[in-house]
Design a protein around this ligand. Structure first.
Ligand SMILES: [Zn+2]
Ligand SMILES: [Zn+2]
Length: 307
């Protein structure tokens, strides 16, 4: 081994911590968190990943975040990818988001704005995501969690099949309340997190099967709740859509064990880590092979990065 080869080995070893975890990981497979909001302090980001047994995460950012992302990537090589978002109602949205992709962002998200899911503001973003060959992650919500919170990317159940057809080159990643409540055919925007048995044939379930360009981000209480409400449904759903589902946490707890977590719309989750709750239900509900796809394999394909 010459000096250059030795240094090459050393450089590879520097990124090893993310992969050493594969053997010792408490979940039995390495975990990638698609939906992790960038925290201002670098150490706070790592505290959640390490606490929850997560090897890698995709940082969701809004506005100017490049310096913070680069600093974190330098502090923990190989553990972070990132998405960018920007107010889609602003005239320079396309220009700003294009620049972030040129700077290394792997996708758009999360897109969470008070506009219609099939309105002109988001349509521009769907077209741009296709042109730049990056996925777009969208927050769909029709019911307020608190008075006057407002709704986000509205009209999912009624309007989104047409969007999926119209933008076949765009990779859509669905997320949040309306996306997950609509796994059940009897949902009509009456609850934030519906409980009880799922009525088969909900639009989210059907569209994941019908449209190659739609993926599901399992993060937040919405994703966790959808998988926890009806074990028979969950087992079938995970098997059927095993190549279309991506684990994510959207958890705001401090330590990856639930410290400080409080969601007024879901009192049962107080003091719990959403990442742990969702990984737990996934592990109980499916085979190790499918778990590994959802927790690790699929996201690498969708983000076009090596596993
Ligand atoms: Zn969201
Ligand atoms: Zn957590």
């Amino acid at each position: 081994m010459n000096r250059r080869e030795f240094l090459g080995t050393f450089a590879a070893a520097a990124v090893l911590p993310a992969f050493v975890r594969e053997d010792t990981n408490e979940w039995g497979a390495p975990v990638f968190d698609l939906h992790f909001h960038l925290r201002p302090q670098p150490a706070a980001n790592l505290a959640h990943l390490d606490g929850a047994g997560i090897a890698k995460a995709n940082l969701l950012t809004r506005g100017r975040a490049l310096d913070q992302v680069k600093a974190l990537q330098a502090a923990a090589p190989g553990r972070f990818t990132w998405f960018s978002s920007y107010d889609v109602t602003q005239p320079d949205a396309e220009q700003v988001l294009t620049q972030t992709v040129k700077s290394g962002a792997q996708g758009f998200g999360e897109m969470k704005f008070h506009v219609a899911a099939d309105g002109p503001e988001l349509r521009r973003m769907y077209a741009l995501a296709a042109d730049l060959q990056v996925p777009i992650l969208i927050h769909f919500q029709e019911v307020d969690h608190s008075p006057n919170e407002g709704t986000w990317s509205t009209g999912f159940a009624k309007a989104f099949a047409a969007v999926l057809k119209e933008y076949p080159r765009t990779t859509f990643i669905g997320h949040a309340d309306a996306f997950w409540a609509n796994v059940s055919a009897d949902y009509h925007n009456e609850a934030v997190y519906p409980a009880g048995p799922v009525k088969r044939g909900g639009v989210t379930d059907r569209w994941l099967g019908d449209y190659a360009n739609l993926f599901g981000d399992m993060s937040a209480v919405s994703g966790s709740n959808a998988m926890a409400r009806d074990p028979g449904f969950t087992a079938d759903f995970l098997k059927l859509h095993q190549d279309k589902l991506l684990f994510g946490s959207d958890c705001s707890c401090r330590d990856g064990h639930g410290a400080g977590y409080n969601n007024p719309a879901a009192p049962r989750m107080a003091g719990k880590c959403v990442a742990r709750e969702t990984l737990g239900v996934l592990k109980r509900s499916t085979s190790p092979v499918i778990f590994q796809k959802i927790a690790w394999g699929n996201v690498h394909r969708v983000l076009r990065i090596p596993a």
